[in-house]
Ligand binder design. Structure first.
Ligand code: PFF
Length: 472
Protein backbone atom coordinates (compact mmCIF):
# COMPACT_ATOMS: atom_id res chain seq x y z
CA UNK A 1 0.00 0.00 0.00
CA UNK A 2 1.47 3.33 -1.00
CA UNK A 3 1.59 6.11 1.55
CA UNK A 4 0.24 9.58 0.96
CA UNK A 5 2.53 12.46 0.18
CA UNK A 6 0.86 14.92 2.53
CA UNK A 7 -1.34 14.59 5.59
CA UNK A 8 -5.05 15.40 5.32
CA UNK A 9 -4.52 17.54 8.41
CA UNK A 10 -2.14 19.87 6.55
CA UNK A 11 1.55 20.43 6.78
CA UNK A 12 4.00 22.73 8.64
CA UNK A 13 4.97 25.70 6.56
CA UNK A 14 8.68 25.02 7.04
CA UNK A 15 11.21 22.93 8.91
CA UNK A 16 11.70 25.80 11.35
CA UNK A 17 8.04 25.71 12.25
CA UNK A 18 8.28 21.98 12.87
CA UNK A 19 11.32 22.52 15.10
CA UNK A 20 9.46 25.20 17.05
CA UNK A 21 6.34 23.11 17.42
CA UNK A 22 8.26 20.01 18.46
CA UNK A 23 10.35 22.07 20.88
CA UNK A 24 7.06 23.48 22.17
CA UNK A 25 5.93 19.91 22.76
CA UNK A 26 9.20 18.87 24.37
CA UNK A 27 9.79 21.90 26.60
CA UNK A 28 7.15 22.00 29.28
CA UNK A 29 6.47 21.10 32.86
CA UNK A 30 8.85 18.19 32.39
CA UNK A 31 11.80 20.54 32.15
CA UNK A 32 10.97 23.16 34.73
CA UNK A 33 8.79 21.33 37.23
CA UNK A 34 9.64 17.64 36.95
CA UNK A 35 13.37 17.57 36.13
CA UNK A 36 14.37 19.60 39.23
CA UNK A 37 12.19 17.66 41.63
CA UNK A 38 13.18 14.18 40.47
CA UNK A 39 16.82 15.27 40.45
CA UNK A 40 16.33 16.45 44.03
CA UNK A 41 14.68 13.18 45.01
CA UNK A 42 17.39 11.03 43.46
CA UNK A 43 20.45 12.79 44.81
CA UNK A 44 21.63 15.07 41.99
CA UNK A 45 24.76 14.62 39.84
CA UNK A 46 24.80 10.89 39.15
CA UNK A 47 21.11 10.99 38.27
CA UNK A 48 21.69 13.95 35.92
CA UNK A 49 24.55 12.10 34.22
CA UNK A 50 22.41 9.01 33.58
CA UNK A 51 19.64 11.25 32.29
CA UNK A 52 22.03 12.98 29.86
CA UNK A 53 23.34 9.62 28.63
CA UNK A 54 19.77 8.48 28.05
CA UNK A 55 19.02 11.63 26.04
CA UNK A 56 22.05 10.97 23.82
CA UNK A 57 21.91 7.18 23.40
CA UNK A 58 18.21 6.52 23.65
CA UNK A 59 16.28 9.77 23.21
CA UNK A 60 17.84 11.26 20.11
CA UNK A 61 18.00 8.00 18.10
CA UNK A 62 14.36 7.25 18.94
CA UNK A 63 13.28 10.78 18.14
CA UNK A 64 14.77 10.45 14.66
CA UNK A 65 12.99 7.10 14.23
CA UNK A 66 9.65 8.41 15.51
CA UNK A 67 9.63 11.50 13.27
CA UNK A 68 10.68 9.30 10.34
CA UNK A 69 7.76 6.90 10.90
CA UNK A 70 5.35 9.83 11.13
CA UNK A 71 6.52 11.43 7.95
CA UNK A 72 6.42 8.17 6.05
CA UNK A 73 2.94 7.31 7.26
CA UNK A 74 1.46 10.82 7.08
CA UNK A 75 -1.49 10.02 9.33
CA UNK A 76 -2.42 9.75 12.99
CA UNK A 77 -0.05 7.35 14.81
CA UNK A 78 -2.55 4.48 14.74
CA UNK A 79 -3.15 4.77 11.01
CA UNK A 80 0.49 5.51 10.32
CA UNK A 81 1.46 2.25 12.00
CA UNK A 82 -1.26 0.41 10.09
CA UNK A 83 -0.15 1.65 6.71
CA UNK A 84 3.54 1.15 7.45
CA UNK A 85 3.04 -2.39 8.63
CA UNK A 86 1.01 -3.13 5.52
CA UNK A 87 3.75 -1.59 3.38
CA UNK A 88 6.44 -3.66 5.08
CA UNK A 89 4.32 -6.81 5.34
CA UNK A 90 4.67 -6.87 9.13
CA UNK A 91 2.45 -8.43 11.80
CA UNK A 92 -0.76 -6.60 12.67
CA UNK A 93 0.25 -6.51 16.32
CA UNK A 94 2.47 -3.51 15.56
CA UNK A 95 -0.60 -1.30 15.40
CA UNK A 96 -0.81 -1.69 19.19
CA UNK A 97 1.99 0.85 19.29
CA UNK A 98 -0.38 3.55 18.11
CA UNK A 99 -3.07 2.49 20.56
CA UNK A 100 -0.87 2.41 23.60
CA UNK A 101 0.47 5.85 22.68
CA UNK A 102 -3.01 7.27 22.46
CA UNK A 103 -3.91 5.89 25.88
CA UNK A 104 -0.66 7.20 27.39
CA UNK A 105 -1.52 10.64 26.02
CA UNK A 106 -4.87 10.66 27.83
CA UNK A 107 -3.33 9.46 31.07
CA UNK A 108 -0.46 11.95 31.01
CA UNK A 109 -2.62 14.91 30.09
CA UNK A 110 -5.04 14.12 32.91
CA UNK A 111 -2.45 14.92 35.58
CA UNK A 112 -0.36 17.29 33.48
CA UNK A 113 -3.34 19.61 33.31
CA UNK A 114 -3.69 19.59 37.10
CA UNK A 115 -0.07 20.72 37.53
CA UNK A 116 -0.42 23.28 34.73
CA UNK A 117 -3.38 24.54 36.76
CA UNK A 118 -1.00 25.15 39.66
CA UNK A 119 1.18 27.26 37.37
CA UNK A 120 -1.90 29.20 36.24
CA UNK A 121 -2.88 29.90 39.83
CA UNK A 122 0.67 31.00 40.62
CA UNK A 123 0.54 33.63 37.85
CA UNK A 124 -1.99 35.50 39.95
CA UNK A 125 -0.56 34.64 43.33
CA UNK A 126 2.95 35.77 42.45
CA UNK A 127 1.80 38.68 40.30
CA UNK A 128 -0.36 40.11 43.09
CA UNK A 129 2.58 40.34 45.47
CA UNK A 130 1.46 37.53 47.78
CA UNK A 131 5.05 36.38 48.30
CA UNK A 132 6.71 39.75 48.88
CA UNK A 133 8.98 39.37 51.89
CA UNK A 134 7.65 35.85 52.63
CA UNK A 135 9.82 33.35 54.51
CA UNK A 136 10.54 29.81 53.31
CA UNK A 137 8.04 28.47 55.86
CA UNK A 138 5.45 30.99 54.76
CA UNK A 139 5.80 30.03 51.08
CA UNK A 140 5.53 26.31 51.93
CA UNK A 141 2.48 26.90 54.07
CA UNK A 142 0.76 28.81 51.26
CA UNK A 143 1.46 25.96 48.85
CA UNK A 144 0.31 23.31 51.31
CA UNK A 145 -2.98 25.06 51.83
CA UNK A 146 -3.50 25.48 48.07
CA UNK A 147 -2.62 21.89 47.08
CA UNK A 148 -4.87 20.58 49.84
CA UNK A 149 -7.98 22.27 48.51
CA UNK A 150 -9.46 20.11 45.76
CA UNK A 151 -12.10 22.61 44.66
CA UNK A 152 -9.48 25.22 43.83
CA UNK A 153 -7.34 22.70 41.97
CA UNK A 154 -10.42 21.59 40.05
CA UNK A 155 -11.14 25.16 38.95
CA UNK A 156 -7.63 25.70 37.56
CA UNK A 157 -7.51 22.21 35.99
CA UNK A 158 -10.80 22.98 34.24
CA UNK A 159 -9.51 26.28 32.94
CA UNK A 160 -6.32 24.71 31.58
CA UNK A 161 -8.24 21.88 29.88
CA UNK A 162 -10.51 24.44 28.22
CA UNK A 163 -7.49 26.36 26.94
CA UNK A 164 -6.02 23.15 25.54
CA UNK A 165 -9.21 22.06 23.85
CA UNK A 166 -9.68 25.45 22.19
CA UNK A 167 -6.27 25.31 20.53
CA UNK A 168 -6.63 21.68 19.49
CA UNK A 169 -10.08 22.37 18.06
CA UNK A 170 -8.70 25.17 15.92
CA UNK A 171 -5.92 22.96 14.60
CA UNK A 172 -2.50 22.75 16.15
CA UNK A 173 -0.89 24.61 13.30
CA UNK A 174 -2.79 27.87 13.58
CA UNK A 175 -2.58 29.91 16.73
CA UNK A 176 0.05 28.31 18.84
CA UNK A 177 2.61 28.31 16.06
CA UNK A 178 2.93 32.08 16.36
CA UNK A 179 2.89 32.09 20.11
CA UNK A 180 5.64 29.52 20.41
CA UNK A 181 7.95 31.65 18.26
CA UNK A 182 8.02 34.45 20.83
CA UNK A 183 7.25 32.73 24.07
CA UNK A 184 9.95 30.09 24.02
CA UNK A 185 12.75 32.67 23.68
CA UNK A 186 11.11 34.80 26.38
CA UNK A 187 11.05 31.83 28.74
CA UNK A 188 14.73 31.32 28.10
CA UNK A 189 15.46 34.96 28.97
CA UNK A 190 13.64 34.76 32.30
CA UNK A 191 15.35 31.49 33.12
CA UNK A 192 18.73 33.13 32.50
CA UNK A 193 17.65 35.99 34.75
CA UNK A 194 16.74 33.50 37.46
CA UNK A 195 20.09 31.78 37.12
CA UNK A 196 21.71 35.21 37.52
CA UNK A 197 19.65 35.80 40.63
CA UNK A 198 20.63 32.40 41.99
CA UNK A 199 24.28 33.25 41.39
CA UNK A 200 24.00 36.51 43.24
CA UNK A 201 21.94 35.49 46.20
CA UNK A 202 21.62 31.72 46.54
CA UNK A 203 24.25 29.15 47.36
CA UNK A 204 25.22 28.86 43.70
CA UNK A 205 28.24 26.60 44.01
CA UNK A 206 26.39 24.17 46.24
CA UNK A 207 23.61 24.03 43.66
CA UNK A 208 26.00 23.48 40.78
CA UNK A 209 27.94 20.78 42.64
CA UNK A 210 24.68 19.04 43.46
CA UNK A 211 23.68 19.01 39.79
CA UNK A 212 26.98 18.18 38.16
CA UNK A 213 29.16 16.30 40.64
CA UNK A 214 28.14 12.65 40.37
CA UNK A 215 27.94 10.70 43.58
CA UNK A 216 27.18 7.18 42.44
CA UNK A 217 26.50 5.91 45.93
CA UNK A 218 23.21 7.83 45.75
CA UNK A 219 22.05 6.13 42.57
CA UNK A 220 19.82 3.12 43.00
CA UNK A 221 18.31 0.91 40.31
CA UNK A 222 14.96 2.65 40.56
CA UNK A 223 16.64 5.99 39.90
CA UNK A 224 18.08 4.73 36.62
CA UNK A 225 14.61 3.81 35.40
CA UNK A 226 13.29 7.22 36.47
CA UNK A 227 16.14 8.96 34.60
CA UNK A 228 15.44 6.95 31.45
CA UNK A 229 11.68 7.44 31.77
CA UNK A 230 12.24 11.14 32.08
CA UNK A 231 14.34 11.23 28.91
CA UNK A 232 11.25 9.90 27.07
CA UNK A 233 8.86 12.18 28.90
CA UNK A 234 10.84 15.36 28.39
CA UNK A 235 11.39 14.72 24.68
CA UNK A 236 7.71 13.71 24.22
CA UNK A 237 8.77 10.32 22.88
CA UNK A 238 7.22 6.88 22.76
CA UNK A 239 3.56 7.81 22.45
CA UNK A 240 3.01 9.30 19.03
CA UNK A 241 3.17 13.04 19.79
CA UNK A 242 6.39 13.51 17.91
CA UNK A 243 5.21 10.99 15.31
CA UNK A 244 2.08 13.00 14.56
CA UNK A 245 4.13 16.21 14.37
CA UNK A 246 6.47 14.39 11.99
CA UNK A 247 3.49 13.50 9.82
CA UNK A 248 3.02 17.23 9.12
CA UNK A 249 6.66 17.69 8.14
CA UNK A 250 7.43 18.67 4.54
CA UNK A 251 9.16 15.99 2.51
CA UNK A 252 12.45 17.79 1.98
CA UNK A 253 13.13 18.76 5.60
CA UNK A 254 16.04 17.04 7.31
CA UNK A 255 14.88 14.93 10.23
CA UNK A 256 18.12 14.06 11.97
CA UNK A 257 19.44 17.58 12.44
CA UNK A 258 16.01 18.78 13.57
CA UNK A 259 15.93 16.08 16.24
CA UNK A 260 19.34 17.06 17.55
CA UNK A 261 18.35 20.75 17.77
CA UNK A 262 15.12 19.90 19.62
CA UNK A 263 16.91 17.65 22.10
CA UNK A 264 19.64 20.22 22.77
CA UNK A 265 17.14 23.01 23.37
CA UNK A 266 15.11 20.79 25.68
CA UNK A 267 18.16 19.74 27.68
CA UNK A 268 19.41 23.31 27.98
CA UNK A 269 16.10 24.46 29.47
CA UNK A 270 16.10 21.64 32.02
CA UNK A 271 19.68 22.29 33.13
CA UNK A 272 19.03 26.03 33.41
CA UNK A 273 15.97 25.35 35.53
CA UNK A 274 18.09 23.18 37.81
CA UNK A 275 20.74 25.88 38.04
CA UNK A 276 18.12 28.43 39.02
CA UNK A 277 16.37 26.27 41.58
CA UNK A 278 19.02 24.36 43.56
CA UNK A 279 21.06 27.40 44.66
CA UNK A 280 17.82 28.81 46.09
CA UNK A 281 17.07 25.46 47.75
CA UNK A 282 20.46 25.28 49.48
CA UNK A 283 20.73 29.00 50.18
CA UNK A 284 17.48 28.88 52.14
CA UNK A 285 17.88 25.57 53.88
CA UNK A 286 15.05 23.98 51.87
CA UNK A 287 14.62 20.29 51.16
CA UNK A 288 16.00 19.20 47.73
CA UNK A 289 13.80 16.09 47.86
CA UNK A 290 10.58 18.03 48.49
CA UNK A 291 8.89 16.33 45.51
CA UNK A 292 6.33 17.82 43.12
CA UNK A 293 5.98 20.99 45.19
CA UNK A 294 9.68 21.91 44.79
CA UNK A 295 9.45 24.78 42.30
CA UNK A 296 6.32 26.15 43.95
CA UNK A 297 8.21 26.41 47.22
CA UNK A 298 11.51 27.76 45.94
CA UNK A 299 10.79 30.16 43.11
CA UNK A 300 8.13 32.24 44.92
CA UNK A 301 10.69 32.76 47.65
CA UNK A 302 13.13 34.22 45.13
CA UNK A 303 10.44 36.33 43.51
CA UNK A 304 9.39 37.59 46.93
CA UNK A 305 12.88 38.89 47.61
CA UNK A 306 14.12 40.29 44.31
CA UNK A 307 13.36 43.78 43.01
CA UNK A 308 10.41 43.74 40.59
CA UNK A 309 9.89 40.20 41.82
CA UNK A 310 6.11 40.14 41.58
CA UNK A 311 6.22 41.29 37.98
CA UNK A 312 9.05 39.00 36.93
CA UNK A 313 7.51 36.11 38.85
CA UNK A 314 4.09 36.66 37.33
CA UNK A 315 5.67 36.69 33.90
CA UNK A 316 7.67 33.54 34.64
CA UNK A 317 4.53 31.60 35.49
CA UNK A 318 2.76 32.98 32.40
CA UNK A 319 5.57 31.57 30.29
CA UNK A 320 5.50 28.29 32.18
CA UNK A 321 1.79 28.04 31.39
CA UNK A 322 2.55 28.60 27.71
CA UNK A 323 5.25 25.96 27.78
CA UNK A 324 2.79 23.53 29.38
CA UNK A 325 0.09 24.53 26.92
CA UNK A 326 2.18 23.78 23.84
CA UNK A 327 3.02 20.37 25.36
CA UNK A 328 -0.57 19.61 26.33
CA UNK A 329 -1.87 20.06 22.80
CA UNK A 330 0.66 17.56 21.53
CA UNK A 331 -0.45 15.02 24.13
CA UNK A 332 -3.96 14.95 22.75
CA UNK A 333 -3.24 15.44 19.05
CA UNK A 334 -2.67 11.72 18.32
CA UNK A 335 -6.18 10.92 19.60
CA UNK A 336 -7.86 13.86 17.89
CA UNK A 337 -6.22 13.24 14.53
CA UNK A 338 -7.27 9.58 14.70
CA UNK A 339 -10.90 10.44 15.54
CA UNK A 340 -11.01 12.86 12.63
CA UNK A 341 -9.57 10.26 10.25
CA UNK A 342 -11.50 7.21 11.38
CA UNK A 343 -14.75 8.47 12.78
CA UNK A 344 -15.13 11.40 10.44
CA UNK A 345 -15.64 13.70 13.43
CA UNK A 346 -14.96 17.41 13.11
CA UNK A 347 -11.90 18.69 14.96
CA UNK A 348 -14.14 20.65 17.29
CA UNK A 349 -16.19 17.60 18.26
CA UNK A 350 -13.15 15.35 18.57
CA UNK A 351 -11.33 17.85 20.82
CA UNK A 352 -14.40 18.38 22.99
CA UNK A 353 -14.88 14.67 23.55
CA UNK A 354 -11.24 13.86 24.24
CA UNK A 355 -10.95 16.95 26.45
CA UNK A 356 -13.98 15.93 28.48
CA UNK A 357 -12.63 12.42 29.07
CA UNK A 358 -9.21 13.75 30.08
CA UNK A 359 -10.74 16.37 32.35
CA UNK A 360 -12.77 13.71 34.16
CA UNK A 361 -9.70 11.48 34.56
CA UNK A 362 -7.83 14.43 36.01
CA UNK A 363 -10.20 14.64 38.96
CA UNK A 364 -8.65 11.46 40.35
CA UNK A 365 -5.23 13.13 40.44
CA UNK A 366 -6.53 16.26 42.12
CA UNK A 367 -7.22 14.35 45.31
CA UNK A 368 -3.70 12.95 45.32
CA UNK A 369 -2.43 16.25 46.60
CA UNK A 370 -4.66 16.08 49.65
CA UNK A 371 -2.98 12.75 50.42
CA UNK A 372 -5.80 10.50 49.16
CA UNK A 373 -4.38 7.07 48.25
CA UNK A 374 -5.68 4.39 45.92
CA UNK A 375 -6.84 2.46 48.97
CA UNK A 376 -8.86 5.45 50.22
CA UNK A 377 -10.56 5.69 46.84
CA UNK A 378 -11.40 1.99 46.70
CA UNK A 379 -12.72 2.02 50.25
CA UNK A 380 -14.89 5.04 49.59
CA UNK A 381 -16.31 3.36 46.47
CA UNK A 382 -17.10 0.05 48.13
CA UNK A 383 -18.02 1.69 51.39
CA UNK A 384 -15.68 -0.26 53.69
CA UNK A 385 -13.10 0.62 56.28
CA UNK A 386 -9.57 -0.66 56.61
CA UNK A 387 -6.12 -0.15 58.03
CA UNK A 388 -4.08 2.26 55.87
CA UNK A 389 -1.87 0.27 53.49
CA UNK A 390 1.76 0.32 54.59
CA UNK A 391 3.24 0.24 51.11
CA UNK A 392 2.77 -0.98 47.55
CA UNK A 393 0.25 0.14 45.02
CA UNK A 394 -2.58 0.71 47.48
CA UNK A 395 -0.56 3.25 49.46
CA UNK A 396 0.23 5.26 46.31
CA UNK A 397 -1.79 8.20 45.07
CA UNK A 398 -3.42 8.21 41.64
CA UNK A 399 -0.95 10.88 40.55
CA UNK A 400 2.01 8.72 41.61
CA UNK A 401 0.60 5.67 39.84
CA UNK A 402 -0.17 7.48 36.59
CA UNK A 403 3.17 9.23 36.56
CA UNK A 404 5.06 5.96 37.16
CA UNK A 405 3.01 3.94 34.70
CA UNK A 406 3.26 6.43 31.85
CA UNK A 407 6.76 7.92 32.17
CA UNK A 408 8.61 4.86 33.41
CA UNK A 409 6.77 2.04 31.65
CA UNK A 410 4.51 3.05 28.76
CA UNK A 411 6.77 5.63 27.08
CA UNK A 412 9.99 3.55 27.25
CA UNK A 413 8.08 0.50 25.97
CA UNK A 414 6.59 2.56 23.15
CA UNK A 415 10.06 3.88 22.35
CA UNK A 416 11.55 0.40 22.41
CA UNK A 417 9.03 -0.81 19.85
CA UNK A 418 9.56 2.28 17.69
CA UNK A 419 13.30 1.52 17.65
CA UNK A 420 12.65 -2.14 16.81
CA UNK A 421 10.20 -1.26 14.07
CA UNK A 422 12.51 1.28 12.45
CA UNK A 423 15.62 -0.87 12.93
CA UNK A 424 14.37 -4.38 12.20
CA UNK A 425 10.93 -4.39 10.58
CA UNK A 426 11.18 -1.64 8.02
CA UNK A 427 13.47 -2.28 5.13
CA UNK A 428 16.76 -0.46 5.30
CA UNK A 429 15.95 1.10 1.93
CA UNK A 430 12.67 2.65 3.09
CA UNK A 431 14.37 4.06 6.16
CA UNK A 432 17.30 5.43 4.23
CA UNK A 433 15.02 6.97 1.64
CA UNK A 434 12.80 8.66 4.22
CA UNK A 435 15.65 10.07 6.27
CA UNK A 436 17.68 11.12 3.24
CA UNK A 437 20.70 11.84 5.43
CA UNK A 438 23.48 13.56 3.58
CA UNK A 439 26.27 11.62 5.19
CA UNK A 440 26.24 7.84 4.71
CA UNK A 441 28.43 7.53 7.79
CA UNK A 442 25.90 9.35 9.99
CA UNK A 443 23.18 7.11 8.63
CA UNK A 444 25.13 3.99 9.50
CA UNK A 445 25.90 5.34 12.95
CA UNK A 446 22.27 6.13 13.66
CA UNK A 447 20.96 2.91 12.14
CA UNK A 448 23.39 0.80 14.15
CA UNK A 449 22.45 2.63 17.35
CA UNK A 450 18.73 2.35 16.86
CA UNK A 451 18.95 -1.33 15.91
CA UNK A 452 21.09 -2.45 18.81
CA UNK A 453 22.42 0.04 21.36
CA UNK A 454 19.10 1.76 22.07
CA UNK A 455 16.90 -1.34 22.44
CA UNK A 456 19.53 -3.14 24.50
CA UNK A 457 19.88 -0.19 26.87
CA UNK A 458 16.13 0.15 27.34
CA UNK A 459 15.80 -3.57 28.07
CA UNK A 460 18.75 -3.52 30.49
CA UNK A 461 17.28 -0.62 32.44
CA UNK A 462 13.93 -2.43 32.66
CA UNK A 463 15.61 -5.62 33.82
CA UNK A 464 17.67 -3.81 36.42
CA UNK A 465 14.61 -1.97 37.73
CA UNK A 466 12.74 -5.21 38.34
CA UNK A 467 15.85 -6.65 39.98
CA UNK A 468 16.68 -9.30 37.39
CA UNK A 469 20.19 -7.91 36.95
CA UNK A 470 22.53 -5.92 39.14
CA UNK A 471 20.45 -6.24 42.33
CA UNK A 472 22.20 -6.39 45.70
N1 PFF B 1 7.61 16.80 26.97
C1 PFF B 1 6.62 17.42 27.81
C2 PFF B 1 7.31 18.06 29.00
O1 PFF B 1 8.51 17.86 29.18
O2 PFF B 1 6.64 18.75 29.75
C3 PFF B 1 5.56 16.45 28.27
C4 PFF B 1 5.07 15.53 27.19
C5 PFF B 1 4.46 16.05 26.04
C6 PFF B 1 5.25 14.17 27.32
C7 PFF B 1 4.06 15.19 25.03
C8 PFF B 1 4.86 13.31 26.32
C9 PFF B 1 4.28 13.84 25.18
F1 PFF B 1 3.94 13.05 24.24
Amino acid sequence: MATQRTSIHGQWSSRLVFILAATGSAVGLGNIWKFPYITGEHGGGAFVLVYLLCIALVGIPIMIAEVMLGRRGRQSPINTMRSLLAEEGAHRGWSLLGWSGMIAGFLILSYYSVIAGWALAYVFRTGSGLFVGATADGVSAIFGEFAGSPERLLGWHTLFMLMTMIVVARGVRSGLEQAVKFLMPALLVILLLLVGYAMASGDFMHGVRFLFQPDFSRLDQGAILVAMGHAFFTLSLGMGSIMVYGSYLPKEASIASSAVIIALADTAVALLAGMAIFPIVFGNGLEAGAGPSLIFQTLPLAFGQMPWGSFIGGLFFVLLVFAAWSSAISLIEPAVSWLVENRGWSRVYASTMTGAVTWALGIASIFSFSGVTLQDIILSLVGGEGEPAAGGLLAMTVFDILDYLTANIMLPLGGLFIALFAGHVMSRESVREELAMRSPLMFRLWFGTVRTVTPVLVVLVFLSAIGVIGGE
